[in-house]
Design a protein. Structure first.
Lengths: 482, 1073
């Protein structure tokens, strides 16, 4: 069954399977799960979606069955969102190098200490402070666990993106979702394990942020776009009705003859099954991706009635994420939509840029939380809101902020994490994490832990090492767990 | 001081930090031991199932004194120098505990404890010593891969059918041992299909199959093998295998996916090399050191330098623009290069030793940094590979010509300059006196009389004396006029450098191996002060006024062929063939000054950084325009303090001369005196006699005086004309426009320190440049990078048996579907063991003895009985050996994405067999997005084979990815073969597939006109797709399908196109039996 450590992760990656069953299980990852579950169903051993989609874990019981990564491309500013620093008001306009040690920055254009243009207020019962940039999200403050002591290691977008997504600053490593797809697969036989809902922007580093690296290619993210053709090659290419079915029937007939004369072979049989799965997906995936049937109230909840287009687009992505989670998808990442600025990367015009970025995501994310909660899915779904790094507490030029990997904020909510809390701290400037520092590896370890995986045991032998998402690092953030 | 620390310091000052008045032992027990226990020992002590981090234990005083990888943790009595105090203060990069700073009071306690001698009561345990976990010899002797190639005695086995092939004998031996049988041969059609795909990546045509099937010659198979090995398609297919090893791509990935200039020249080089069956040892040598070969391999048709193109593989990886820490970035890039080098050629994961000694194999961190320094001593460049050999040859001819012509000129000068040489001491003295006396009024009658009298008195040439005095006494005489030296009594004083100046490069005192350039345009050595050269002056010759690297006007601006890519950055000016490279120096304060004349650009590649673009590192590139007089150019490299750097000075300006590079203040002019008898000793110098080198001032004076006095004519002028004619004749041989390719070049050989735990911020022990210690511990002695020596060691099978083993195993893997060592890129402890050790040793020996010929070894292997077996295994064998390790039958293999696409092109007649050249821009699908998105390419890739499609790192072909083509980030000798519905979706719905199916149907209809009917055409299509004649049952299925299609009203070509689409979707098409 899915999650059996004895079968896989396959210790040596491409070890030749020993049996037909092992062989099929090798194929039964992501898309391949289809063939596997279909086979089980034929054998009368199949399990229905409902029973499979419980909180199963690979190494221990899971607290969450799905993860939605709300990726804030470009790096939101921690001191303007979730990490209030009154000292910045006091020293506003002073030269930062007189006050603390300033690290080299990407643009090397260090301005003055820059107070946040937004007010922070205690929110909810917990009093968790959130700035006025997030009025809607603030209503859910008691569900958020803000980690204020993140470290990113890389001050450039691309390396930092790879690091956030793959645990390595280098290109070519498997993305977090690929690892999870490899470890757990999908609950839905017609859905890949790892889905990226493309809001319009592809982060620096490109699609390699979502790739499968040395894991089998089935685990690379499937990029979904809203619309009639949400996935590449999903629309039948035949002009005439029935032609494709006839064509596939002929192929099946020929394959049958082939197996009869050349002998059966498990890999061939699996490939034949995959062809049928692909045929079914042509119909099922577009249906999943169509939000047309959702009620007006639901759409409103996600901000899809907004007058601001980026809010409508991001709202649709969030709604799709909820639909996919309902249908058994497990690892989803939502990328941002452009707001006329270079993502959250406000090297200048911080005020306008951050306001627009927040406006685009605030209502949709708040809607997602509310909707998941009302459907009883929030407890089983982990939300992770994160950029690749934060921003400097001092200005770049006069009105921007440069990259800051030394300390920044992310938050988690939902399945398995405590709400209404802040974990870790930066120094009095919001510049460096100083207390309970959290590496990206720790974040990954915690995400894996919550879906029932021991990050040290999910490995793939490649290049002479047993590779992990967390490399040789990572500690689960036990104190934020429920 | 940071405010936080400032506040802490104030607090400390006001609090009684020595409040603990009791005995020191108690202070330790109460204040120190608990902190160590709670905060440190989890990582820094030995315990079950964990490692001691950083090799540092903190559980005894002795262990603290001994320290770990970064040195002793404490120096009792000196907290400021004690590492443990530094790290808990968070003052440097190493900060402990990692998760957060200790309270200031604890830091103060620890500081006090160290200051007062680090008392540790009751601690009588002697330093237990950190356990030496890495023992090179033990590691080496424990693993088979390090052993020499074994001589294999062929077994005596009784074979059911006689076979001459030692390979079959060795396989049979192993089968017998494990009690499995040998499958019968595959059908001829299946065998030819397998063979054709394995050797060329293309399907056989029905005609080829039929002719093979009907060929009863016992050598029929051999003929097929020879035909396929000779096909140009062979190199295209095996070249694709090779490109997987070197993470081939044409762009550099990262944020904007900038191009790697002309990367495809490497791809073409590989295809040509494989088609020409370049011996593998030579292929390896060309990869490591093709630029250093005395006699490089020249292209047989066009004469260009092939060997140098191999070195491009180092630079096919990722590059980052504007990294905040260039040294860190270098460490990451080099990690990748060492990884690719180690896996590709040695089958070893050398890069695992970046942060520590290898966990399993006999590879130390020192080994890693020994190779790191080889890369640091190697320069990235674009090479003019069409022109470089011709330029080298011409450069040598130029040296000879000049030597001969200069000798002629000198002979003439000797005769004509005798009077001047004889008179010069007096002329000099007289000029000095008279010019001082008549300063500003040399034209007066009085002066003229004095000059005439003096000339008569000293028997001097009056005209010469007049000219000299006139010039030297001129009111317009500038301070930097060389004649000023005469007036100033022949001396300027001052130290050569000041205390604040450090000379980094001095072209007047350069070691021969420090003379580096890209091309030949700076001549064979620095120009010497006082030497003769041709010039554009009236006399046609002049004297070099400085010892300097001098841009030789013989060489024009190097011409570049149309369409060549340059570097995508601030370095996008042509630098090949016209660049001077200084020796490598370490950047200190970074206030670099260069004394140079003329016009050009300077690039300071610190930390090997080549992607100069964007917000940072603009200071690496600057330009200068100094005219004829050398001036100081200032560069600010302070960002690169501590890093090895050099200057690359690019110019086409014949005025450009480079004298010195210093760091710090501009040094004062060096002292100079004019020697007595300057002209006489100059003549002696020209004749090659013993001489004291001329100072720049002397040389300038000589040049000035000779130009002023014009003491020569007649013979000198003739000699000059001859020289000029000779050089002009040579100019006809200056090569025309050249193409460019990425390649290596040597620079100063430098050495590196181990980066402790992989951090360049924590330097450890020095290591010399060398190969892996387990193979050869001797340092590489050459003065450059040592790559050629390294290549020679690697291609010596007695020394490095790993190389032929790895190579031959790759061949086996591609032909039999699984390597003898299945982990083809890792033969180390964590790799899998060979299934047939004797066979591997036999083949490695055989390979070497066959002159490292890949084609010969492939030929030998595909002619074995084992290769020709059917894929259907005996059930009893399958039960005994489910993985088919002992090769009782052939393995079913899926075609690669490239083979599938190329087959469709072939079936449809769309295939364009054109070889080589610029990549076809890839077709970018709707789902491919991101920065650096390239322009759109044609859906069908212009019909070219897949290897010629552009490979853009951030925009990889979804088609190829779906069929497991590796993302190009490191060596991938064995592709995964996944089996997923996404592949079916590609074959069902990708626009290329339906497009080619339509073309295929049209082609068959065209080629098989009536009386051939639709079903005949369908049968022919099935034959092509499946590589065999369809059976009767299959034919009736085809017929039924066509009938059904007809019923929907589809015209014939559409019916056949749909049939083609069905054939493409059969599994028999994409799986080889």
């Amino acid at each position: 069954m899915i999650g059996n450590t004895k079968l896989w992760p396959c210790g040596s990656g491409m070890a030749i399977p020993q049996t037909r069953r092992a062989m099929l299980s090798k194929c039964a990852q992501g898309f391949g799960a289809v063939a596997f579950s279909a086979l089980n169903a034929q054998n009368g051993q199949g399990k229905s979606l409902e029973t499979v989609s419980g909180l199963v874990g690979l190494h221990h019981p899971a607290k969450a069955r799905a993860i939605i990564m709300l990726y804030m491309d470009g790096g939101p500013s921690q001191v303007d969102t979730f990490d209030p620093k009154p000292l910045l008001d006091k020293y506003n306009g002073r030269s930062p190098s007189e006050l603390f040690k300033v690290e080299p920055t990407q643009f090397n254009n260090v301005g003055k200490v820059l107070a946040s243009p937004w007010k922070f207020r205690p929110r909810g019962q917990s009093g968790l402070p959130i700035s006025d940039l997030f009025p809607e999200l603030s209503r859910h403050a008691d569900k958020l666990c803000v980690v204020r002591s993140m470290l990113a290691k890389f001050p450039e977008h691309t390396s930092a993106n790879y690091f956030l997504h793959t645990g390595s600053g280098l290109q070519g490593r498997p993305s977090w979702g690929a690892w999870l797809s490899y470890g757990l697969g999908s609950f839905n036989r017609d859905l890949p394990g790892f889905l990226v809902l493309n809001g319009g922007l592809i982060p620096p580093g490109g699609l390699d942020n979502f790739n499968s690296g040395f894991l089998p290619s089935a685990h690379q993210a499937s990029l979904l776009k809203a619309g009639k053709r949400p996935v590449a090659n999903i629309a039948p290419s035949e002009a005439r009705p029935g032609q494709q079915r006839a064509m596939l029937d002929l192929a099946a007939k020929l394959d049958e003859e082939h197996l009869r004369s050349f002998g059966s072979h498990p890999e061939l049989e699996a490939a034949i099954a995959n062809r049928e799965t692909a045929f079914r997906m042509q119909a099922s995936v577009p249906v999943l991706m169509d939000v047309g049937g959702e009620s007006a109230a639901t759409k409103k909840l996600y901000g899809m009635d907004s007058t601001y287009e980026p809010t409508r687009i991001y709202g649709q992505q969030c709604l799709l994420a909820r639909r996919l989670v309902e249908q058994g998808a497990r690892f989803i990442e939502i990328t941002c939509h452009t707001v006329g600025y270079d993502r959250w990367d406000q090297h200048s015009a911080l005020k306008d840029g951050h306001e627009k970025n927040c406006k685009a995501v605030d209502q949709p994310i708040a809607g997602l939380i509310a909707d998941l909660e009302s459907r009883g899915l929030l407890d089983e779904t982990l939300l992770v809101f994160a950029g690749e790094f934060g921003r400097t507490p001092f200005a770049q030029g006069s009105d921007g902020r440069d990259h800051n990997p030394q300390g920044f904020s992310i938050w988690m909510a939902g399945g398995g994490v405590k709400g209404g809390m802040a974990y870790g701290a930066t120094d009095e400037w919001g510049y460096r994490a100083v207390q309970d520092k959290v590496e990206i590896h720790d974040l990954h370890a915690t995400m894996l832990h919550l879906v029932g995986i021991d990050h040290k045991r999910l490995t793939m032998r490649w290049g002479g090492r047993d590779m992990r998402l967390t490399d040789v690092h990572g500690e689960v953030l036990k104190s934020i767990l429920v | 001081m940071p405010l936080g620390r400032c506040v802490a310091a104030m607090l400390l000052a006001s609090l009684p930090i020595s409040a603990w008045a009791g005995p020191l032992e108690d202070f330790f027990e109460n204040k120190i031991r608990p902190v160590l226990a709670e905060q440190c020992l989890k990582c820094h002590s030995e315990g079950e199932g964990r490692k001691v981090k950083g090799g540092l234990r903190l559980d005894s005083r002795a262990a603290l004194l001994k320290g770990g990888e970064s040195g002793p943790a404490i120096i009792p009595g000196d907290p400021e120098k004690s590492l443990i105090i530094k790290v808990i203060r968070y003052q440097d990069d190493l900060q402990m505990p990692p998760k957060g700073k200790l309270p200031d009071s604890v830091v103060a306690d620890m500081t006090r404890w160290v200051k007062e001698g680090a008392t540790w009561p009751g601690n009588t345990v002697a330093a237990a010593g950190i356990k030496e976990s890495f023992d090179m010899n033990e590691r080496k002797s424990a693993h088979w891969f390090w052993r020499p190639l074994a001589k294999v005695n062929l077994p005596k086995v009784s074979l059911s059918a006689a076979s001459d092939s030692p390979v079959d004998q060795l396989l049979a031996n192993v089968r017998q041992l494990h009690g499995v049988s040998e499958a019968p041969p595959a059908t001829k059609a299946a065998l030819l299909r397998r063979l054709t795909f394995d050797l060329t990546g293309m399907p056989p045509t029905p005609t080829e199959i039929q002719s093979f099937e009907s060929d009863s010659d016992p050598k029929a198979l051999q003929h097929q093998v020879d035909r396929l090995l000779a096909s140009p398609r062979f190199g295209e297919h095996w070249g694709r295998h090779w490109l997987d090893l070197v993470r081939y791509a044409e762009t550099r990935g990262h944020e904007f996916d900038f191009h790697t200039p002309n990367a495809w020249q490497y791809r073409d080089y590989i295809i040509r090399a494989l088609n020409a069956d370049l011996p593998y040892d030579q292929l390896l040598t060309e990869h490591l050191a093709g630029d250093l070969l005395e006699k490089p391999r020249l292209n047989s048709e066009k004469g260009f330098n092939e060997s140098v193109l191999g070195t491009g593989f180092f630079f096919l990886g990722e590059e980052v623009h504007s990294p905040v820490d260039v040294r860190q970035d270098e460490a990451d890039r080099f990690d990748n290069r060492i990884d690719v080098l180690g896996k590709t050629f040695l089958g070893l994961t050398v890069a695992c030793a970046r942060c520590h000694d290898h966990k399993f194999d006999a590879i130390s961190a020192a080994d890693y940094y020994a190779l790191y320094a080889v890369l640091e001593s190697t320069r990235y460049r674009l090479v003019r590979f069409d022109a470089i050999e011709a330029e080298k040859k011409l450069s040598a001819e130029l040296v000879n010509t000049r030597r001969a012509q200069k000798a002629n000129l000198v002979a003439a000068l000797q005769v004509e300059l005798i009077p001047l040489a004889a008179q010069w001491p007096q002329l000099q003295a007289a000029t000095n006196e008279l010019a001082a006396k008549f300063k500003g009024k040399a034209n007066s009658d009085e002066a003229r009389t004095a000059i005439a009298q003096r000339a008569t008195l000293d028997r001097l040439n009056q005209a010469w004396l007049e000219k000299l005095v006139n010039a030297a006494a001129s009111p317009d005489l500038k301070a930097d006029d060389p004649l000023a030296l005469l007036v100033a009594s022949g001396s300027k004083t001052g130290p050569a450098t000041s205390a604040n100046t450090k000379t980094l490069v001095n072209y007047s005192s350069l070691q021969p191996d420090q003379w580096l350039q890209d091309g030949s345009s700076f001549g064979p050595s620095p120009a010497q002060a006082g030497d003769l050269c041709l010039s554009a002056t009236k006399s046609g010759w002049s004297v070099n006024t400085e010892t300097a690297a001098k841009r030789d006007s013989f060489w024009p601006e190097p011409k570049i062929a149309p369409g060549q890519q340059l570097d995508p950055s601030s370095l996008s000016y042509p630098r090949a063939g016209n660049t001077l490279i200084t020796p490598t120096f370490t950047v200190g304060n970074g206030q670099i000054k260069v004394l140079l004349s003329g016009k050009g650009r300077v690039y300071a590649p610190s930390g090997s950084h080549v992607m100069v673009m964007g917000p940072l590192h603009g200071e690496m590139v600057s330009s200068f325009d100094h005219g004829d007089t050398p001036k100081w150019l200032s560069l600010n490299l302070s960002r690169y303090t501590g890093l090895p750097s050099r200057l690359e000075i690019t110019t086409d300006d014949p005025k450009c001369r480079v004298l010195r590079v210093v760091e710090g203040d501009i040094p004062p002019q060096p002292a100079s005196q004019v020697r007595p008898g300057l002209v006489a000793s100059w003549l002696q110098f020209l004749q090659g006699g013993q001489y004291t080198p001329f100072t720049d001032a002397e040389a300038a004076l000589l040049d000035r005086v000779l130009a002023l006095l014009e003491p020569t004519a007649g013979q000198t002028a003739k000699a000059l004309v001859a020289w000029r004619d000779a050089e002009n004749a040579l100019k006809a041989n200056i090569p025309g426009p050249s193409r460019l390719a990425v390649a290596c070049a040597d620079i100063t050989g430098i050495e590196e320190k181990v980066f402790v735990r992989g951090s360049h911020k924590v330097p450890g022990a020095d290591v010399p440049r060398r190969f892996l210690e387990a193979i050869d511990a001797n340092p590489l002695s050459s003065s450059g990078s040592g790559r050629l020596q390294l290549a020679m060691k690697m291609t010596n099978p007695q020394l490095t048996p790993q190389v032929p083993r790895v190579a031959i195993n790759r061949v086996w893997h591609h032909l039999f579907g699984r390597g003898i060592v299945p982990t083809v890129d890792n033969f180390g402890v964590l790799g899998e063991k060979p299934t047939h050790s004797d066979l591997l040793e036999y083949l490695a020996n055989d390979f070497v003895s066959k002159g490292w010929s890949l084609k010969k070894i492939i030929r030998e292997l595909v002619l074995t009985r084992a290769y020709a077996m059917a894929t259907k295994g005996d059930p009893a064998d399958l039960a005994k050996d489910p993985e088919n390790k002992w090769l009782s039958h052939a393995r079913v293999q899926r075609l690669s994405g490239e083979e599938i696409r190329d087959s469709l092109l072939a079936f449809s007649g769309r295939l364009d067999e054109k070889q080589f050249g610029e990549p076809v821009p890839p077709h970018i699908g709707d789902f491919q997005d991101g920065r650096g998105k390239p322009g759109q390419g044609p859906v069908d890739g212009a019909g070219r084979r897949s290897i010629y499609l552009g490979v853009r790192r951030n925009f990889l072909s979804p088609w190829m990815l779906a069929f497991d083509a590796p993302a190009p980030f490191s060596t991938m000798g064995r592709r995964t073969t996944s089996n997923v519905p996404a592949q079916a979706l590609v074959l069902m719905n990708d626009p290329l597939v339906s497009d080619l199916c339509k073309q295929w149907a049209a082609k068959v209809t065209r080629e098989m006109p009536a009386p051939a009917d639709e079903l005949c055409r369908a049968k022919q299509m099935a034959f092509a797709a499946l590589g065999r004649q369809p059976t009767a049952i299959e034919i009736s299925a085809l017929a039924r399908f066509l009938l059904g299609q007809g019923a929907t009203g589809a015209p014939e070509v559409e019916r056949l196109a749909a049939l083609a689409h069905a054939l493409v979707n059969t599994r028999e098409f994409i799986y080889l039996r």
